[in-house]
Write a protein that binds this ligand. Structure first.
Ligand SMILES: [Zn+2]
Length: 295
């Protein structure tokens, strides 16, 4: 492993970045396997977009901005929730040549949020999702599918007077369409309950591992399990990590990929007691225990 990579991992952990985020988001950008990546740093129901960004910069971005000394940028964005009521704050790691622009994305999401808060669907939400997909290097097929799911969902909620209001008492068909679609995709692949899903994912590390590689980033929704364009991105990341250290690539494949797929799965099948937070916690612990020996 290069000393650049070793020092980066040490600094990121010292700054308090969770080990899972280091492996899922930070390293793929730092070693040029991806041009940009993101993770959710907070959620707010503040109706003022600009004010939300300012507060999240103070609360989250400042802490990790020293990582920019390693040759990439760290920025902040915010995206309306699917119900148009909240904003998810996201930290982005990105390189100069990332496609699309963080400023345009924030501009699009700010306009969409203002309308959605008033119960009005806004087409610009989809433009923002597509810009973000380009920025993060997501395959076009997956990004377009995601934007069209969000658009249909936003319009349906608006028709029922449920856009821009706190999401309580939603019927099943009013839940996130994207999650419904993924639920339908996952059930035949992973089964219906969490323990079975977890075992399936581990089995997939064998003969079906290519499918798993399509879940190369947290909160990335492939258009279908094993989308070949998404698998290619996952394999590019694995190859770059392998070049740094074969053990690092193995750790990514055993922790990040299953955590990504199971956390998506847990959002779509409503397994009681299984939260993405818990799944990421398991991945964090495993990576934390292994990483010091690897670097
Ligand atoms: Zn796709």
């Amino acid at each position: 492993m290069r000393s650049y990579t070793r020092k980066l991992v040490e600094s990121a952990l010292e700054l308090g970045l969770p080990p899972y985020i280091v492996l899922d988001c930070l390293l793929p950008v730092a070693i040029s396997a991806r041009k940009a990546s993101s993770f959710v740093c907070g959620v707010t129901d503040n109706p003022d977009f600009e004010d939300s960004i300012r507060k999240m910069e103070e609360g989250h971005l400042k802490n990790i901005s020293p990582l920019q000394d390693f040759g990439f940028k760290v920025g902040l964005g915010a995206q309306p929730s699917t119900h148009g009521f909240e904003l998810s704050g996201k930290i982005y790691f990105y390189r100069e040549d990332a496609g699309g622009s963080l400023e345009k994305m924030n501009d699009d999401f700010s306009k969409a949020y203002a309308d959605m808060r008033q119960g009005k669907p806004n087409q610009i939400l989809c433009d923002g999702i597509i810009t973000e997909g380009q920025f993060l290097g997501f395959p076009e097929c997956c990004t377009i599918e995601c934007a069209s799911d969000e658009k249909a969902h936003m319009e349906m909620l608006a028709k029922r007077g449920k856009l821009g209001v706190r999401p309580v008492g939603l019927s099943l068909d009013e839940e996130n369409r994207l999650r419904q679609r993924l639920g339908n995709q996952f059930r035949p692949v992973f089964g219906n309950d969490f323990p079975e899903a977890y075992m399936s994912v581990n089995r997939m590390l064998g003969e079906k591992s290519k499918v798993l590689r399509s879940y190369f980033a947290y909160s990335f929704y492939p258009c279908k399990p094993g989308c070949i364009d998404a698998v290619n991105v996952g394999e590019r990341i694995l190859a770059a990590l392998h070049e740094e250290s074969p053990e690092l690539a193995e750790l990514y494949e055993k922790t990040v990929l299953p955590a990504n797929v199971i956390s998506l799965y847990s959002k779509c099948v409503y397994s009681p007691g299984i939260s993405p937070k818990r799944i990421l916690g398991i991945a964090d612990d495993t990576i934390a225990q292994a990483i010091n020996d690897i670097i």
